[in-house]
Write a protein that binds this ligand. Structure first.
Ligand code: NAP
Ligand code: GLV
Length: 310
């Protein structure tokens, strides 16, 4: 069985993981190893050049090496007759939950203010809002959002809500669903955690109109995709104080251009798309399960719905 690896990330750990979890498979690196297009059985991919994935006539599935498939779906020539499988991995969820927890606690405990005060040599105490009463809202209550919500509950947050396309029945988490309930969700949310996929329906969803629905002094944490946010509108809200601070991990253009205003704002915290990284060992184990399903005539888990776009 031949696997083709298409990614700019180093292949070494993937080779090791394939050797362990798919001992009968050979992993070829696109652009480096010689393999005939017709001999490729499965494709492991992250951010491929457009048009490439359609050139492997016998490929049986495409495994995306991350949760978000937006970069794949932008390819107009993407093969639509084989499953495209996205990564749903407990380790990826754990990484995202750590990131979310870190920033929620950062804002909850006023660390953004103490950082500023240290630079001023200023000793001033701020009383944290009661954690049980702090309203956290998760925009995108999917695999990652639910995991983060549960961890926040364990941490003592009791006022947690999520927004998704379809309604969820999750003990302790208030579920808002669909466009009609977005404003109600935002209006009750003091710390907004964004974990939505990048689709035509979510692009620009956080804009002047929706940001204005959040309570004054709310916080925004975005680790979904940068296209969710209208940057100029967020900058204005952060400048006026309508939004107190933001922690951004993803951006419309990555790396974030040097001249972007976000770099200069002391209430914007920037991480370089590292909220949760893929671990080759755990991901390859899941890919091996998916391949096993296909080889047994079944559909693998987590096949992307091309119409929904995630
Ligand atoms: P997921 O399981 O597919 O969850 C997506 C959630 O968004 C679901 O709850 C879905 O609603 C909701 N949603 C999608 N479109 C919507 C819309 N138009 N209106 C309302 N809700 C909508 O995805 P995931 O695994 O949690 O990953 C989420 C995203 O995180 C990825 O797509 C990726 O962009 C990002 N990510 C970032 C990093 C990083 O390092 N920064 C790492 C991993 C992933 P339903 O439940 O009703 O379908
Ligand atoms: C990372 O951004 C992912 O989508 O897994």
């Amino acid at each position: 069985m031949n696997l083709l690896y298409i990614s700019s990330s180093p292949v070494k750990s993937w080779l090791k993981a394939v050797h362990r979890f798919l001992p009968d498979a050979d992993l070829f690196v696109w652009g480096q190893d010689d393999i005939k297009a017709g001999d490729v059985d499965y494709i492991l991919v992250w951010n491929p050049p457009h048009g490439l994935l359609n050139t492997f006539p016998n490929a049986k599935a495409i495994f995306n090496l991350g949760a978000g498939v937006d970069a794949l779906l932008e390819d107009q020539n993407l093969p639509r007759h084989i499953p495209i499988v996205r990564l749903v991995d407990p380790q990826l969820s754990a990484g995202m939950t750590e990131h979310v927890m870190y920033w929620v606690l950062h804002f909850q405990r006023h660390m953004h203010l103490y950082g500023r005060q240290k630079a001023q040599g200023k000793w001033l105490q701020h009383t944290p809002t009661n954690t049980q009463k702090r309203a956290v809202g998760i925009l995108g209550l999917g695999e990652l959002g639910q995991n983060a919500a549960h961890a926040l509950m364990m941490m003592g947050f009791e006022d947690i809500a999520g927004w998704s396309r379809t309604r969820k029945e999750l003990p302790g988490i208030e579920s808002f669903a669909g466009d009609d309930e977005l404003d109600d969700f935002l209006a009750r949310t003091e710390i907004l955690v964004c974990l939505l996929p990048n689709t035509t329906a979510t692009q620009g969803l956080l804009n002047a109109k929706t940001l204005a629905v959040l309570p004054k002094g709310a916080f925004v944490i975005n680790a979904g995709r940068g296209d969710l946010i209208q940057d100029d509108d967020l900058i204005e809200a952060l400048t006026s104080g309508a939004i107190e601070a933001a922690a951004l991990d993803v951006f419309r253009v990555e790396p974030l251009p040097q001249d972007h205003v976000f770099w200069t704002m002391d209430n914007v915290f920037i991480t370089p798309h590292v909220a949760s990284l893929t671990y080759p060992s755990s991901a390859t184990k899941l890919i091996a399960d998916g391949i096993d399903a296909i080889e047994n005539g079944e559909l693998p888990d987590h096949v992307v719905d091309l119409d929904k776009g995630y």
